[in-house]
Design a protein around this ligand. Structure first.
Ligand code: G6P
Ligand code: ZN
Length: 585
């Protein structure tokens, strides 16, 4: 057993360590500055209070992006020095964000220990590599992201920090080999437990879904399947789940080897960045001529998902609505009913229509998964989702990319349960169109303007807020802009979204600028909370169509008049110099 001592290192505050929606995300070059990561980790320990840190069990792992391995060794040494009793590390430092949440909630160590919290090392869907992004966030004992009270405290601590503690004489731990290493320090024994990244998570998923019926679907000749991990950490689970458990062929896995730089790509599962999958599914440029029936992709840390059918894209807002509408019948975990459902404010109201028809409570929360966690801890919500390709349930406290894929496979299996012996497959497209016929369709699109000058972005937002003082003037302006063009209906409300948490009563202000139209259409503008450089403006455009004879239009075409209004009203080009968005989803 190696002995270590504790080294106290003097370290003044470093500017700019304010955690965003999902932790601290910066360029690797920023993170590798002397003491940068150390200060943030110590500020976190201090925010949790040192008594709670002493004797605790911490999970430390992430999506495997560049700098993760070094960061894990630093955090292990700082944990040891701060009196943590054990650190749990997924093999090779890999754990998807949902798997971390599952491990915190479910894993029991050989000595009966349970985790108290986790450092997740990821910048989610941002690119990785020496010139790209790294990130770190802290999750609590419920498996969910630290609440604002804690992240605010962490930030305050980073501004006043004077010192951090790090173990001296503790060797680097081999995180490629499963097993427990014991060390001894001033506070007694310290263990590092390297464990299989998949088993706890897979066990949880098997308790939720009927793997047999999914396997029957996947192995039936009528069905074909494709999964793209975009070289993120989902690759560490894909083979185990889709191939070994569910019988998919290995050739159905794309980019499923986790890489430190995600193969140079942008690990964000949308129509722009998941190009290879999109083509394989018969969409985009150079589409395959014989696409599979079902395709899905994940982001770097595997909490996001994109669902595709053959030549067909399912919007995330529709996806969560369809999962909610079918969950009780198709997914054993929900067979006794749903407690309630929730969506983020910019997500379309497709879920609201389902909630109404099933007589379920519907919560509209600000962007950020932590708001769902509160509802789930209070037993108010079973299924939730966001337009930003996040879907999940109360099985954990993070969104869950592979869960969403299994939910869809369960629904397809359910709809085809009497059909897999040669009948016509009920496809993804059929399921979505049936849903629209029943509930109406929310045409939806999002325009992203990435890396906009921060000042210009603020000007756009200020202008949009200024205009909200007179609805009459807004309508006059819109009429003026659209003379000679197709009319859009009147704006009947305009505000900034504010949320009062029904569980703890906390109030979150300024959560997005809304323009609400007479027919339920909406324009929403907000600044991204997850970028690492400059500002990203997001514009969300939504229009509800109840008439089932009109639900089959191309969404960009259906939304064109509203898009035009949004761009002119916001003076996007004037303020930002951008004549087109960076990404359209
Ligand atoms: C992360 C959070 C999500 C959130 C998304 C929004 O992925 O986990 O809950 O929806 O960020 O990001 P944005 O860039 O729009 O703030
Ligand atoms: Zn993510």
């Amino acid at each position: 057993m190696a002995n270590f001592t504790v080294n106290r290192v003097e370290s003044p505050p470093i500017e700019g360590q304010k955690p965003g929606t999902s932790g601290l995300r910066k360029k690797v070059k920023v993170f590798t500055q002397p003491h940068y990561l150390h200060n943030f980790v110590q500020a976190t320990f201090n925010a949790l209070s040192l008594e709670k840190v002493k004797g605790s069990t911490l999970v430390v792992s992430g999506d495997g992006r560049y700098y993760s391995k070094d960061a894990i060794q630093i955090i292990i040494k700082m944990s040891a020095a701060n009196g943590v009793r054990r650190v749990w590390v997924g093999q090779n430092g890999l754990l998807s964000t949902p798997a971390v949440s599952a491990v915190v909630r479910e894993r029991v160590g050989a000595d009966g220990s349970k985790a108290n919290g986790a450092f997740i090392l990821t910048a989610s869907h941002n690119p990785g590599g020496p010139n790209e992004d790294f990130g770190i966030k802290y999750n609590m004992g419920n498996g969910g992201p630290a609440p604002e009270g804690i992240t605010d405290k962490i930030f305050e601590n980073t501004k006043t920090i004077k010192e951090y503690f790090i173990a001296e004489g503790l060797p680097d731990v081999d995180i490629s080999a499963i097993g427990v290493s014991n060390f001894s320090g001033p506070d007694g024994q310290f263990d590092v437990d390297v464990f299989d990244s998949a088993s706890d998570y897979v066990k949880l998923l098997k308790s939720i879904f009927d793997f047999q019926s999914i396997k029957k679907l996947i192995t039936s000749p009528q069905f074909s399947f494709c999964y793209d991990a975009l070289h993120g950490v989902a690759g560490a689970y894909a083979k185990r789940i889709f191939v070994e458990e569910l019988g998919a062929s290995e050739s159905s896995l794309l980019n499923c080897v986790p890489k430190e730089d995600f193969g140079g790509g942008h690990p964000d599962p949308n129509l722009t960045y998941a190009k290879e999958l999109v083509a394989r599914m018969g969409l985009g440029n150079n589409p395959d001529s014989n696409p599979p029936e079902f395709g899905a992709a994940a982001d770097g840390d595997a909490d996001r998902n994109m669902i595709l059918g053959k030549r067909f894209f399912v919007t995330p807002s529709d996806s969560v609505a369809i999962i909610a509408a079918n969950a009780v019948q198709a997914i054993p975990y929900f067979s006794s009913g749903l407690k309630g459902v929730a969506r983020s404010m910019p997500t379309s109201a497709a879920l609201d229509v389902v909630a109404k028809s099933l007589n379920l409570k519907l919560f509209e929360v600000p962007t950020g998964w932590k708001f769902f966690g509160n509802l789930m801890d209070a037993g108010l919500c079973s299924i939730c989702g966001e337009e930003s390709f996040g879907t999940g349930s109360d099985h954990i406290r993070e969104k869950d990319g592979i869960w969403a894929v299994l939910a869809w496979l369960s629904i397809i299996a359910h709809k085809n349960k009497d059909n897999l012996n040669g009948g016509n497959l009920v496809t993804v497209e059929d399921i979505v169109k049936q849903h629209w016929a029943t509930f109406g369709r929310h045409y939806y699109t999002r325009y992203d303007y990435e890396n906009v000058d921060a000042r210009a972005a603020k000007d756009v937002m200020d202008h949009l807020i200024d205009m909200q003082s007179s609805i009459m003037d807004i309508n006059t302006t819109i009429k003026g802009m659209r003379s000679g063009m197709v009319d859009v209906v009147d704006v009947v409300g305009a505000d900034e979204f504010e949320y009062k948490d029904p569980v703890d009563g906390s109030i979150s202000k300024n959560q997005g600028i809304r323009y609400l139209f007479e027919d339920g259409s909406r324009l929403v503008f907000r600044l991204s909370g997850t970028g690492s450089e400059g500002a990203t403006i997001r514009l969300y455009i939504e229009q509800y169509e109840k008439d089932s004879s009109k639900t089959g239009r191309d969404s960009q075409e259906a939304l064109a008049p509203l898009v035009d209004v949004a761009l002119k009203l916001s003076k996007m080009l004037e303020f930002t110099g951008r004549s087109a968005p960076t990404v359209i989803t």
